[in-house]
Design a protein around this ligand. Structure first.
Ligand code: HEM
Length: 142
């Protein structure tokens, strides 16, 4: 059971980081694509990726909780690094929620340029938190 949860943990991490990094790199194109084209493009890709990214974050957190439930000693093994990782996991969840809220606002036409910009900034925070959480996880369990 533990191994299956760990496989889900790594696969969902791969999916989440992959999407997040792709959105980040696309966001860097902002200066080279006219705003009238850039906004709808990011909105379209965000919508296409919405369900996969929600599934990725949900499975990542759920499998992590599952790992600790199946093997409660892991939290102790991980020590302070594990607690630090949990703080950044919280950062990922909060920033990711802000991305989804702002993408939904942009889709509804509620000031799309502002909502889109907020989604992009929150997406960068989520990516930075996920990378940090990954580094801390290796410090805790590697
Ligand atoms: C953004 C969310 C998360 C990220 C990026 C993440 C990342 C990782 C990574 C990269 C590892 C492998 C470390 C290694 O084996 O060297 C790992 C392992 C682990 N994670 Fe997470 N994790 C996340 C969420 C969680 C949550 C919410 C929990 C529990 C409440 C959790 C519990 C664990 C445990 C117990 C292991 C040890 C597995 C093992 O090596 O046997 N993770 N995590």
């Amino acid at each position: 059971m533990y191994d299956i949860l760990l496989m889900i943990h790594f696969l969902s991490l791969g999916a989440g980081l992959g999407i997040s990094l792709t959105m980040f790199v696309l966001g860097l194109q902002a200066g080279e694509i006219p705003p009238a084209e850039f906004g709808p493009m990011m909105g379209r890709i965000g919508l296409a990726m919405k369900n996969v990214s929600i599934a990725g974050v949900t499975l990542l957190v759920a499998s992590g909780i599952g790992l600790v439930l199946v093997e409660p000693g892991m939290a102790t093994v991980g020590g302070g690094w594990f607690h630090a990782k949990m703080a950044f996991v919280a950062g990922v969840v909060i920033a990711f929620t802000i991305v989804q809220i702002n993408q939904a606002r942009a889709r509804r036409g509620e000031n799309p340029p502002v909502a889109g910009r907020r989604a992009m900034i929150a997406g960068r925070v989520a990516l930075a938190c996920a990378v940090t959480a990954t580094i801390l996880a290796v410090m805790a369990f590697g």
